[in-house]
Design a protein around this ligand. Structure first.
Ligand code: FAD
Length: 500
């Protein structure tokens, strides 16, 4: 009898079923387990719970009789029901906890990971070849481009350079309320979505499972067909404008030219290789300029791949890092996504986007949400958990490096060379969010002092020893020392748990 193959809920695309090197047999019976404990353990955004369940159930429906779809309390129980003691294969899961579980089960054989561009071994060899030098994202990304011959022209980078950041950091066009990009793909809900909604209601009412956020019409693909349509829509109509404004924010245009593909990639509905190939094709066909295509390829072949590899490279203890010794618990209004309680327009807008959709693009995550948490000294493990629960694309592997490393500097600089924090001036330059705000980005004292500006100076004051030692941040400490009104700034910054 052919060995059965177990699919996790983030292994939903065809590339998890191809035989290739170490894949399941073409006719292997399949198993998928919907474990209720996953939803009990963490208070997830309801739109995320909806998306994940909808995607798993749609995949099961497509696979028909070939798959045994089990609803159980835990994975262990589900697997016992589906396969008993018979041998099962599974592709390397994406979290340490799931890897521990599958390795602890005698009947399960773990096959190599799929859904990423490079195997772990290739990354290890690259990292070892660095001889202790820093594992810089830029170096990693250039190596991946060469290794995979990605966006290269006869051995040289397409467009003459690897890095087009200079063209991709524009503030939003002056006076524009939206970028005017063609609308992104929007899926249409069906009976399975109805069924998921009814189940979620029942779990809430009868089973004590709690969610956060609003579960409006589903915005993200739940099937391969929808995900391919979203990819096509992006590369054919929206990629062209992706680059220049990828770091900009507009109050009335949350999505701008971003691809909205992260949840499809992380559910395994899309393979990153096909996404970067589609972008490269758009450039070769003259449909998108090289700086936009490079910016997008960098996000996937650079950032996404780097974050995945670092998750495994940094080890289990990474999640407990707290180099800045930040221990403040997250306040209730933030945990509840209570955007209406917030006065600061940037934070209210972005928190509202998270509440309503479980998504916002990378700069609001880093420079509005993460920045605020860092400045207030919030516990990095709690911040990580919050991001993980509240974002449709949040998974353990992607959260740890992005939050512990990139956003909260809790790893003491293993991932970034300095803490990512700034005052209101950055948000003002890169968005239209300050125009009608009750606070003024330039004010650091008084009734209209911007909470990000006071937060910034408070952060520099608290961590002056560390920041003085780092050549990339020592100037901030010099400037702090010249502030005649520092005591007043620090007093203004003390706002306790209240929303700003
Ligand atoms: P685009 O801007 O269109 O980018 C294209 C793709 O690049 C994304 O779909 C994503 O797959 C990939 N990508 C870009 N940056 C990263 C990154 N740093 N890490 C991983 N993939 C990246 N991304 C997630 O997928 N899940 C998360 O839980 C997540 N949490 C984040 C938390 C913080 C604090 C920060 C700063 C970033 C986080 N990111 C996360 C990365 C990034 O914000 C999202 O991938 C992106 O905003 C998703 O929207 P998009 O698909 O429109 O992305």
């Amino acid at each position: 009898m052919t060995t059965a193959h177990w699919l996790f809920g983030d292994q939903l695309g065809p590339h998890f079923l191809t035989r290739g090197e170490e894949g399941p047999a073409g006719d292997a019976p399949l198993v998928m387990i919907e474990a209720r404990s996953v939803f009990r353990r963490r208070r997830l955004h309801r739109a995320k719970a909806h998306l994940v369940l909808s995607a798993m159930r749609h995949r099961a429906a497509e696979l028909g009789d070939r798959i045994h779809y089990v609803r159980a309390e835990t994975y262990r129980e589900g697997l016992r029901e589906a396969a008993g003691d018979s041998p099962v294969t599974v592709h390397h899961p994406t979290s340490r906890a799931a890897l521990r579980l599958v390795r602890s089960l005698e009947s399960v054989r773990v096959l190599p990971a799929r859904g990423f561009l490079l195997p772990h071994g290739a990354f290890r060899a690259w990292a070892e070849g660095r001889n202790g030098r820093r594992l810089r994202q830029e170096d990693f990304y250039r190596w991946v481009r060469r290794e995979l011959d990605l966006l290269m022209d006869g051995g040289a980078p397409a467009g003459g350079r690897f890095n087009h950041d200079h063209a991709n950091r524009e503030p939003p066009p002056k006076g524009a309320r939206t970028l005017g990009a063609p609308a992104p793909y929007r899926p249409r809900e069906d009976d399975l979505d109805e069924e998921v909604r009814a189940d979620l209601d029942r779990w809430e009412h009868e089973d004590g499972i709690r969610f956060v956020g609003r579960d409006g019409p589903r915005r993200f693909p739940a099937t391969r067909r929808e995900a391919l349509a979203a990819l096509r829509r992006f590369t054919e109509h929206r990629l062209e404008g992706f680059g220049p404004y990828e770091d900009a924010m507009l109050a009335d245009d949350a999505v701008m030219s971003h691809s909205l593909l992260s949840s499809s990639l992380n559910l395994g509905l899309l393979d990153p290789a096909e996404c970067v190939a589609a972008a490269e094709d758009a450039w070769r066909a003259g449909r998108a300029p090289v700086h936009s295509v490079e910016g997008f390829v960098r996000q996937i072949a650079g950032w996404r791949e780097y974050v995945w590899q670092l998750y495994w490279h940094f080890g289990e203890s990474y999640r407990r890092r707290n180099a800045l010794r930040h221990h403040t618990p997250l306040p209730g209004w933030f945990l509840e996504l209570d955007a209406d309680a917030v006065t600061a327009r940037c934070l209210a807008t972005v928190l509202g986007q998270v509440r309503d959709s479980g998504w916002t693009h990378h700069i609001p995550r880093l420079m509005v949400l993460g920045n605020f948490a860092l400045q207030r000294g919030w516990d990095p493990r709690e911040v990580t958990d919050w991001f993980h629960r509240c974002f449709v694309d949040g998974y353990d592997w992607v959260m740890l490096p992005n939050v512990i490393g990139m956003s909260q500097y809790a790893d003491g600089g293993r991932m970034t060379t300095k803490p990512y924090t700034s005052g209101g001036a950055y948000i003002h330059r890169m968005s239209d969010l300050c125009h009608t705000c009750a606070y003024r980005p330039g004010d650091r004292t008084g009734d209209r002092a911007c909470p990000y500006t006071t937060g910034y100076w408070t952060f520099v004051h608290h961590h002056r020893t560390l920041l003085t030692r780092n050549p990339r941040t020592s100037r901030a400490v010099h400037t702090l020392d010249r502030l005649a009104d520092l005591d007043e700034v620090l007093r203004t910054g003390e706002q306790g748990e209240d929303p700003p």
